[in-house]
Write a protein of this length. Sequence first.
Length: 64
Amino acid sequence: MPAAVPATTRNARICPNCDGFAAVAVTIGGRDTRGRLRTITAHCPACQGLGTLPVRRVREGARA
Ligand SMILES: [Zn+2]
């Protein structure tokens, strides 16, 4: 029986803070002259709006 294997898929670089939804529009109340909601765009501070984490060059269990 295999032990608990960490999820090591190629898509594991999705930002855990925002789960890939790195930029969201936040309503700030009211509407502009055209009747649209006034929004600001907020980016995830962990990944700076990328939705993914930078690939780290850390080699786990590197063989000599
Ligand atoms: Zn993020």
